[in-house]
Design a protein around this ligand. Sequence first.
Ligand code: CA2
Length: 155
Amino acid sequence: MSSAPTVVVLNGPNLNLLGEREPEVYGHETLADVEALCRARTDELGWALDFRQTNHEGVMIDAIHEVRASAVGLVINAGGWTHTSVAIRDALAAVQGPVVEVHISDVHAREAFRHFSYISDVSEAVIVGRGVRGYVEAIDAVREHVGGRAPHDDA
Ligand code: CA2
C-alpha cells in the first residue's frame, strides 16, 4: 500500500511573525492561517502536507535534503534568504520533484535588493504578489507539473 504523496511547504526567516507586523505588506493572516489554506487544498487533492518554518539556514538546508527524494513537490518561501543564499539554491537544485518559489508580496515592486532571487532559476514556477493565496497557487503549480501523479508513487 502506498502512502499519499506529500507536498512540502517550507518557510524561511521571520515568516513566523506573519500577521503581527507590516500587514500593509503581508496582510493580516498568520502562518497558521497559511497552513490551514494549504491543508484545505492538499486535502482536496488527496495529498499529505508537510508545512514547516525555520529561522535557521542550516535547519532549512537539512529540511530540503530530508525531503528532496520523497516530496511530490516542494513549495518554498525562503524569505530574506531568497536574495542572499547560494547554499539554499544549491540544496534546492538537488530536489527531484518540482520546486515552486512563492512570495506573499510583489518583490519586484519593492526595494531593488528584493528583485534578485537565487532560487528562481532552480524553480519550475515563481509566484509573487498574490498574498497568502499564492501558497495555494503554488501547490496547484506542483500539481500541474506532476500531471496529477506523484513521481515517487510506484503504486
Ligand atoms: O513577500 C514575501 O513573501 C517575502 O519572501 C517575505 C520576506 C522578504 O524578505 C522577501 O523579500 C519577500 C520577509 C518575511 C518577513 O515576514 C514578516 C512578516 C511580518 C512581520 C515582519 C516580517
